[in-house]
Design a protein around this ligand. Structure first.
Ligand code: HEC
Length: 158
């Protein structure tokens, strides 16, 4: 055989367990297991420390294309529809109703989030109460941004 092909066998000597005494091997093994756990713990702590713990979710949470059905309607359902359901005024229960608007007329103007009453109400920039009204807390910026993006992309029934 060529010497170069024998190299892996030479290398084996380094990790050949027979070279170590059994007790030494056991000790080393336990030590390694313990170290491995510690290292794993350290590594996990490191990961947690490096992650932003959800404080900067923009890149992760705002999808490329915002879907009314999958992104917007669920938000409205959980925070708005209990009041804006079927009480005769503004209903946000379906796409068609959301687009129809309320007593002030349309609340969503496609491609114009700044002019959309829905966004102004969410930001507290319109007259009357900020939505959702107190004692509920205002929506997190990320949620408002999601709706903003959907409107500016054309407010489609997607
Ligand atoms: C506790 C009940 C309640 C909840 C929850 C609520 N609203 Fe309202 N909303 C109202 C009331 C009452 C008005 C009318 C008074 C006003 O404009 O301040 C209103 C008005 C509005 C208007 C203006 C409608 C118009 O035609 O003038 C918009 C837009 C709106 N809400 C959006 C929302 C959105 C979006 C949510 C969910 C984040 C929401 N609301 C949650 C009670 C609620």
């Amino acid at each position: 055989m060529l010497p170069v092909l024998q190299w892996p066998e030479d290398g084996n000597n380094l990790r050949n367990p027979r070279q170590m005494s059994l007790s030494c091997l056991g000790g080393a093994f336990l030590f390694m297991v313990e170290m491995k756990n510690k290292l794993l713990l350290l590594f996990l702590l490191f990961c947690v420390a490096c992650s932003d713990m959800g404080t900067n979710p923009k890149e992760e949470e705002i999808p490329e294309t915002v879907s009314y059905k999958n992104d917007i309607q669920p938000l409205l359902n959980s925070g708005c529809v209990n009041c804006h359901g079927n009480q005769g005024q503004l209903s946000l229960a379906t796409y068609a109703k959301t687009m129809k608007g309320g007593k002030s007329g349309k609340v969503v103007i496609p491609k114009n989030s700044a002019g959309s009453l829905l966004i102004k109400k969410l930001k507290g920039e319109a007259s009357g109460q900020r939505m959702p009204p107190k004692p509920q807390s205002p929506w997190a910026d990320i949620k408002i941004e999601l709706v903003t993006k959907w409107i500016n992309a054309g407010a489609e029934d997607n």
